[in-house]
Design a binder for this molecule. Structure first.
Ligand SMILES: [Zn+2]
Length: 132
């Protein structure tokens, strides 16, 4: 079984990485990408997410999870394999509650933070700490 990959948008293309060690690096890379996405609430559970390249995607908060209009989301279920835009909205939710979110590729890494932890996708965990 292939390990889950996550999107890395490069010049409008997405590709995925596989393998344990790569995933570990990838959680950090994803975290960096998530941080540089700008999230603008657009009402009724809709969010405009602007990527560093200037592309704007719409992420919708549905009863079953976050969905996105990007290329990655067209071919993957973002509820199990979230794109950086959906994760940027997860991060926005955390910030709205005065928390800072971090992403981890193993439950052990997440547990070491001793923070509130939530699985946000296949092989991806988010921890939250209070923003100071
Ligand atoms: Zn997306």
């Amino acid at each position: 079984m292939a390990l889950a990959g996550y999107p890395l948008m490069t010049a409008g293309r997405s590709f995925q990485l596989e393998g344990g060690a790569t995933m570990k690096r990838h959680a950090k890379l994803l975290q960096t990408k998530v941080k540089v996405c700008k999230v603008h609430p657009a009402g009724r559970g809709h969010f405009e997410v602007v990527s560093p390249s200037g592309s704007t995607y719409v992420v919708v908060d549905t009863a079953s999870g976050l969905i996105c209009t990007c290329d990655w989301a067209a071919y993957h279920d973002t509820r199990s394999r979230p794109c950086s835009h959906a994760l940027a909205v997860e991060r926005w939710f955390s910030e709205a509650h005065g928390r800072l979110a971090s992403f981890w590729s193993t439950p052990e890494d997440a547990a070491r933070q001793h923070r509130r932890t939530r699985r946000v996708g296949t092989g991806l965990w988010m921890t939250e700490r209070l923003a100071r």
